[in-house]
Design a protein around this ligand. Sequence first.
Ligand SMILES: Cc1ncc(COP(=O)(O)O)c(C=O)c1O
Length: 424
Amino acid sequence: MTKTLNHAARMADITPFYVMELLGRAKALEAQGRKIIHMEVGEPDFPTPEPIVEAGIRALAAGQTKYTLALGTPELREAIAKFYRQRYGVDISPRRIAVTPGASGALQLALAALIDPGDDVILADPGYPCNRNIIRLLGGNPVDIPVGIDTAYQLTPALVSRHITASTTAIMLTNPSNPTGTLVPSGNMAGILERTGGENVAPIIRATNTPINDRQRPTPARENRGKNSRRAALVVDEIYLGLVYGENTNAADTNTALALSEDIFVVSGFSKYFGMTGWRLGWLVAPESFMRVIEKLAQNLYLSAPTTAQHAALAAFESGTLKTLEARRKEFEQRRDFLLPALRKLGFDIPVTPRGAFYLYADCGRFSQDSLAFALEILENTGVAITPGLDFGKNSSQRHVRFAYTTCMENLREGVERLRDYLD
Ligand SMILES: Cc1ncc(COP(=O)(O)O)c(C=O)c1O
């Protein structure tokens, strides 16, 4: 009998990124000479600021090409702590900071440190798709909570109270959100944190779609932890927190969740605000009691974050660099202020004004009930690439698309014109 190679059964639960199909087609059209306006990519169009690039070159020339400590260089951990102090007025011990390969590495560390097989993690739908897939990879269950315009597409204390159970190991928030760009008001963040104590938690394990075997036979680790007495962890992804817009901002709403408690996990990094996507550098701030576990995970999963990038990133916090980054933030704001009314005028419904990130999550129900087919149709007929809502969850995702304003104003104008010509 011929034996075959099989992938792990749980791979069937890992969802693809539909936007990649779209990108493939966009590249094929570009190869044919079509000009494609890219509003699908979630990365800044700006290059990495010059001082960071120069610091990277200097580090390479000085031979900084070996592994660092698993949690990152002491200098960078110190610099990140100083950044929190200066920008947010929050004192974080550098000991609580792990430098990671992108915010992705930080998400993986935090979730791996928290999830036992069969544990639930509460998340908002629509939301960043990788979270669900990392949870599944670790044997956990993503518990997707549909969120809409009534809560600005974010979880609320009431929603958390309704869904938290003794099986909930973590609640994840993305602030500002990808794909909706909306914020969690600080009052809600504090309210959600209160609910993690589980006053309303049922002391039994709720039946979900987890295989029953996982639930009936908890691992020794889970038994040791006392699953009915633990609190759920709050994991807040603040990768877009540097990109918040508007003048009459409530300062508390745009502060880091770290201001609320030392028992929160915060994921962040250099990709978005700092314009360093390809350098693969992020960080995790975790409760101090978790740092040994996180260090062990980092040692085993990736040894250390990229060394050259860690040296380069020290220049990210210099005042000259921050000035450049603030000018770029202003430019993103101008793009939002152009694109939002322009899309509304075309017939896209965007009921909540996004406060941050660089995304607009638009209801395209007036044009189509099939967001993937619609995105492909738009690409084919107008050369404008956008992301189908399908990538962000199941909640009304067939009638939503995401526009990223990660391209220059001139391209945004041309994109809107092409859409107008076609949709009219
Ligand atoms: C919400 C969110 N978290 C994390 C990431 C991953 O960022 P990084 O490139 O730093 O791994 C992204 C990237 O798009 C994101 O949108």
